[in-house]
Ligand binder design. Structure first.
Ligand SMILES: *[C@@H]1O[C@H](CO)[C@@H](O)[C@H](O)[C@H]1NC(C)=O
Ligand SMILES: *[C@@H]1O[C@H](CO)[C@@H](O)[C@H](O)[C@H]1NC(C)=O
Length: 187
């Protein structure tokens, strides 16, 4: 049936633009050769209506002290001679809270993943973090951020490249505003 409908479209469209015809033919072919293991569906049927979610929370990266949220994984010998720690790889598990105070504020999730020191001349990280949320309706949903982090900039923007759960097919951006530096806390 799909192929027959497609042919009718092609015949009608032949009198119009050739570009349109090419597109109709492609759709027809997709329908005609649909295998059992892979089906193409209309976009709206799968995705519904797009919505925008704004999140605001505080991020705590603690590099030293008795309860650090990061560990060094590896570094080449040359990292010790580098003013930007070039080559060092770190894994973080940073708490995300509703308010600024880590001790008293509600935990809403964690930012987990590796980052590496990727700048030879200027301090910069390359981060592959997953933000997993653990509160309210966002519990279990994640956002993935893959970004360069120019650590010394007070305001930084990161691309959101995907997500799961409520954030399935997510795209967007995150703005990080640095509030406090404690010693070697570099996030
Ligand atoms: C780098 O320096 C630290 C402390 O100064 C030392 O513990 C570590 O072994 C050095 N690492 C390398 C790879 O040289
Ligand atoms: C989040 O989900 C987990 C697992 O489904 C559950 O154990 C936990 O209690 C939930 N947390 C909140 C705050 O709802």
């Amino acid at each position: 049936m799909g192929a027959a409908v497609g042919h009718v479209h092609v015949v009608l469209m032949l009198q119009y633009l050739s570009l349109v015809i090419v597109m109709v033919l492609l759709v027809t072919q997709t329908l005609a050769h649909e295998p059992d293991w892979g089906q193409t569906l209309p976009y709206e049927e799968m995705m519904g209506k797009a919505k925008v979610t704004r999140l605001h929370f505080y991020f705590h990266g603690i590099a030293s002290g008795k309860d650090p949220t990061s560990v060094s994984v590896d570094q080449p010998a040359s990292t010790n001679k580098s003013s930007t720690m070039f080559g060092l790889v770190v894994i973080v598990d940073d708490p995300l809270t509703e308010g600024p105070d880590l001790a008293t504020s509600r935990l809403v999730g964690r930012a987990q993943g590796p980052y590496g020191f990727a700048g030879q001349k200027k301090l910069a990280l390359i981060m592959a973090l997953t933000y997993v949320f653990t509160d309210e309706k966002f519990n279990g949903s994640t956002l993935s951020i893959l970004a360069r982090n120019p650590v010394m900039n007070p305001v930084r923007e990161f691309p959101i490249v995907g997500g799961t759960g409520l954030f399935r097919f997510a795209r967007g951006f995150a703005i990080l505003i640095k509030l406090l530096y404690f010693g070697m806390d570099l996030q």
